[in-house]
Design a protein around this ligand. Structure first.
Ligand code: PMT
Length: 401
């Protein structure tokens, strides 16, 4: 088996003290490790600590006196690396990378590393993390296909409580290791995923819709692409994600249907997480409706997208739907699974405030064609997404032996 080369970049945050354990995990699992630290990082943990763990030199300064290889050091390090992990990544380093500033070895090598698989693990004070400028910088990196391993929430070293704590190093390792191992499993598999609500116009400025935020569908697209799948995300999303996957923004259910009909045959796995509006105004006014005269809206049903697509489904494809219920009605979900010719349906309760619509969390029951049922307790949508996508891949593999 190929031994992967991982280059770990450590920046100056208190969470740097957790990185020796991350290095140990990589080494224990047969990765080759090299380390680059910023000057600031060495104030938190000494280079000696890391040198003892990885048994080789730790790189800090770009121009090392007496070394004739120093000037091209950053190029050599990048060429060597299969994967680059920056942990902890401070707001400062994230900003520099986002804006192309190379003022130390680590940020300079990031200027050369545009074709590499790069994981960024932000860790910082909550207010710094939530500061729009940091969020914008993170978004810039996402759009450039960096994998962002979001920080956990909790009490931080500074006493603040909120997001900003470095993700547990075991989880960081698992995600990266899973990515490396999944590449073969996911390679060549094409996902078409829907997310968010649809909006149905009443007049040019008003519409009816629902509370879906798109978070569930985006989490699915994130994970599928993180694992190496090819992803197209379709939905009425507030911003174009364009991270590691293509996104097409639509408004109406009918537009979603047309796009899916046009494309679904080219994809292996369809996941419909979108909250498609079941009804739309029968007539759409061309001009803004004037107030004062009252308004009675006549609605008509939108087509059932999944039902329409099931007519185009072939035996090799896997279709996954969601069931938004206001009770945990397994019977209703199962009915949808059969009617829409799905391989799996994800039942979630949309009455609860702590999960479902517009929450970062969900709690779901997976129901399969063979009547098997899997209850997934409340967890982050990103974690739920990984379980759903892994199951979809399992079904896909069983259909395509
Ligand atoms: O976006 P978030 O804020 O993260 O919230 C996530 C979510 C609650 C929206 C998501 O987890 C979810 O439940 N999505 C499905 C919502 C829904 O429309 O459920 P449904 O039970 O009404 O529909 C069943 C399935 O048929 C769904 O896969 C739906 O996409 C699909 N459908 C529905 C109506 C329609 N006209 N055509 C369809 O294809």
């Amino acid at each position: 088996m190929k031994k992967h080369n991982v280059l770990i970049g450590i920046t100056g945050g208190i969470a740097a003290y957790k990185i020796p354990n991350l290095c140990r995990l990589f080494i224990k699992n047969s990765y080759n490790v090299k380390i680059v630290m910023t000057e600031n990082a060495t104030n938190f943990v000494s280079t000696l600590t890391f040198e003892a763990i990885i048994r080789s030199k730790v790189y800090v300064n770009e121009f090392i006196e007496g070394s004739n290889e120093s000037a091209i050091e950053h190029i050599n390090l990048v060429d060597w690396a299969d994967i680059i992990v920056i942990a902890p990544a401070t707001a400062n380093t994230i900003a520099k990378i986002a804006h192309g500033i190379g003022d130390n070895l680590l940020t300079s090598l990031m200027l050369v590393a545009s074709n590499k698989t790069i994981f960024i693990c932000p860790a910082m004070n909550t207010r710094m993390y939530l500061n729009p400028v940091t969020q914008q910088n993170i978004e810039i990196l996402r759009k450039r296909s960096f994998f962002i391993i979001e920080p956990d929430e909790g009490e931080l070293a500074c006493g603040d409580v909120g997001p900003g704590r470095l993700k547990e190093v075991n989880d960081i390792f698992d995600l990266i290791n899973k990515h490396v191992n999944a590449l073969d499993n996911f390679k060549g598999i094409k996902f078409i995923i829907t997310a968010g609500p649809t909006i149905e116009y009443i007049d040019p400025v008003r519409f009816i819709s629902n509370r879906s935020s798109g978070k569930m569908g985006i989490a699915l697209a994130d994970y599928a692409s993180l694992m190496g799948g090819e992803v197209l995300l379709i939905g009425h999303l507030l911003q174009s994600h364009g991270k590691l996957f293509n996104t097409i923004i639509i408004d109406k259910a009918i537009e979603m249907l047309e796009l899916l009909k046009e494309n679904v045959k080219k994809y292996d796995i369809l996941i419909m997480a979108a909250a498609v509006a079941d009804f739309k105004p029968k007539n759409v006014a061309n001009e803004k409706i004037k107030k004062g005269e009252g308004l009675i809206l006549e609605l008509e049903e939108n087509p059932d997208i999944l039902k329409e697509l099931s007519k185009l489904k072939n035996d090799r494809q896997v279709f996954v739907g969601f069931a938004a219920e206001t009770s945990n009605s397994i019977e209703n979900a199962r009915k949808k699974l059969i009617e829409k010719n799905l391989d799996m349906i994800v039942l979630n309760n949309v009455l609860r405030q702590d999960i479902g619509f517009d929450s970062d969390y969900n709690e779901v029951t997976l129901i399969f064609k063979n009547n098997e049922i899997l209850q997934i307790p409340k967890m982050k949508k990103s974690e739920i997404a990984s379980i759903i996508v892994d199951k979809a891949i399992e079904i896909y593999k069983s259909k395509n032996v």
